[in-house]
Design a protein around this ligand. Sequence first.
Ligand code: BDR
Ligand code: CA
Length: 328
Amino acid sequence: MKPDPQTKIILDTDPGGDDAFAFLWLASLIQQDLAKLVAVTATDGNVQASLTFTNACKLLQLTGLDQVEVGRGVLNPDQAMANAAMIHGHDGLGNLAHTLPVPHQNYQTARFSDEILIETLTNYPGDITIVALGPLNNLAAAEIKSPGILQAAKEIVLMGGAFRVPGNVTPEAEFNIAYNPEAAALVFNQCQNLVILPLDVTRSLIFTPEMANDISQNAPDQPITQFIQSLCQSMSKASLAHRETQGIQGFLVHDAVTLAYLFYPETLQFYRARTDVETVGQFTRGRTLADFRHQTKLPANAWVAATVDPVNLLACLIEDLKCLGTFS
Ligand code: BDR
Ligand code: CA
């Protein structure tokens, strides 16, 4: 069964190499009339807010979606946590941002992301799916300014956390949560409509240069396929150096898993559980917890992905990215 073609998405993102792959996957699904992109709310995260804004604009331009408004990220008040430029490049896109089209939207004059979230959720209550691919700074800021607003989202589908596996920035914590644990805790506490895709399922999603070649085969000269290949190479090099992929040449397309949930749900299995974020632990700050055994009897607030079929999921990604090449 095809998903509702009217699925209205706000993409909250910090591009980011794997954000870019999620972005391109979504662009393909939009071109296939399976979803509508209402706005992009860039967020401070992998690199600073001004760069994630520009990168989001460039990706929209690349995919012909440049009429979509991009918000500028609310800054994270806690600057204790380093960003992830060592993986994603100093520009956030594997040092390839300069190869992408020049955007026409301007960071200085752009609306803030929380303002766009509040306005859109107010105008379309129950109708908007938020796909959150970065630290939850913008979502928390919107909730603080307009209490209850996040419950107006149909679903908040977020990549973040590590429940039964180690973290990727500390032994316990995953980047998107650890970057701003207070924001994540606020979102987790205020919402019952969360779908969480943690490292537990993304660690096996290794996208390889062979996959990039396969996508490029039919349209090797297209700017999009060239970008896919170059970004894959750059991300693979950094990921290998940081021992992210068990020695396999490739990189983890963490953020793409959110779209698998929305458009290929048969590739994932979930638990319904009460989830929380540790904000005070000396060693565990940013850790995510789930009461999988329902012992606390607190109301559940999330579906948490527990298992994934990586071969099937990556095959779906590859097929859709091939379509994107033929559209451009
Ligand atoms: C998450 O952290 C970021 O570096 C990636 O873009 C992804 O959203 C994975 O932990
Ligand atoms: Ca991200």
